[in-house]
Design a protein around this ligand. Sequence first.
Ligand code: NAD
Length: 332
Amino acid sequence: MRNNSQKLKFKKHFVTGGAGFIGSHLAERLVKEGKDVTVYDNLALTSGDNIKHLFGKENFKFIKGDLLDFETLKKSIEGQEVIWHLGANTDIPGGNRMTDLDLKNCTIATWNVLEAMRQLDINKILFTSSATVYGDAGTATLSENYGPLLPISLYGAGKLAGEGLISAYSHLFGIQAWIFRFANVVGARMNHGVIFDFIQKLRKNPKELEVFGNGKQEKPFFLVEDCIEGMIHAFENAQFEAPDKQYDVFNLGCDSFTSINKVAEIVIEEMGLKNVRIVYTGGRRGWKGDVPVVHFSIEKMKKLGWQPKYTSDEAVRIAARRLLDQKSKIKD
Ligand code: NAD
C-alpha cells in the first residue's frame, strides 16, 4: 500500500478556506513542496494564526477575500492551475439558526468558484465534501454509490448542492473534478468538533462533561495529514472514465469508527483527569441535523493505493494529544 508523500505535477495552487484547520495544513504541505500557493479566505471562522508561519515565504500568498465577492475571487484566481476548494461554513448547528449560511458559503460560493474557473479556462478542482451528504443511513456501510442521498442538515444539503454543480460544470465545460467526502478530520489547529469541544468543556469544569446525545454515536476519525496525502494521492492517481466524465467521488476517512463515549474516555485519559461525571443530553443524535452513526467504506481509495495510517481510536488519541500540546490555540 503506497501511502507516502506524492509529488504534484502542477505548479500553481489556489486554496480557498486555506486559513482554516485543514486548509492551513494543505497550504503548508504545498509550500514545502515548492509550489506557488495562494490562500483565499475571508477569515470568518479563523484568525489567520494557522498560516502566520507561511507569511514571508516567497512561494506563498494570502488574499483576504470572500468567496461571495465574485469580482475579487475572479481577479485572484486568474492564472491558477489547480483549485483546492475548502472554503465553506463549517459550523453545522449554526446552519440551523441562520438558514442561509450554508446556501451562501457552500452552494453559492462553489458556484462562484466554478464560474470564475469557466470564465478563465481553469479546469482542475478538488472539492471537500462530507459524509453528511449520505444523511442518516443507520448502520449501513457507506460507499460512494450508496443512495439516495438525503442529507439531514443544511450543511450536508449545501455540500450535496456543491457536488451537483461541480458535476454539471464538469460535464458541460470540461472541468476535471475530484470530490472528497470526508469522515471526521482531526489534528492540531482544530477549532471545532467533538474532541475540541470536550477539551474546552473539561478545562472549564474538570469534574463534569456534558455529552450531546446518548454517547453511543459512532463516527470515523482520521488525521489531517492522512487527509491531505489522500487528496493528493487521488489527484495524481485516479483515472477518469471518459472525456465527458471527468468527475469522480471518493470517500476519504477510515473504515473503523469511535463511539462518542470512547472519545470522552480518551480525552479524559489524555487530560489526566479522574472521576469525571458524564451528563448526557439524551437521544440518538447530538443535535438536530447530527448523523449519529457513520460507517464508512474506503475501498475505492484503497484500490487506488491509499489508506490512513491509524485506526479511528488512534487518530482520536493523537489529535487530543496534539490539541493539548498546543494550548495557545484553544481559548479558555
Ligand atoms: P475551517 O472552518 O477551519 O475552515 C474553513 C475556512 O473557510 C475558514 O478559514 C473560513 O474562514 C473559510 N471561509 C468560510 N466561508 C468563507 C467565504 N465565504 N469566503 C472565504 N472563506 C470562507 O474548517 P475545516 O475543518 O478546515 O474544513 C475545511 C473543509 O473541509 C470545509 O469545506 C469543510 O466543510 C470540509 N470538511 C471538514 C471536515 C472536518 O472534519 N473538519 C469533515 C468534512 C468536510
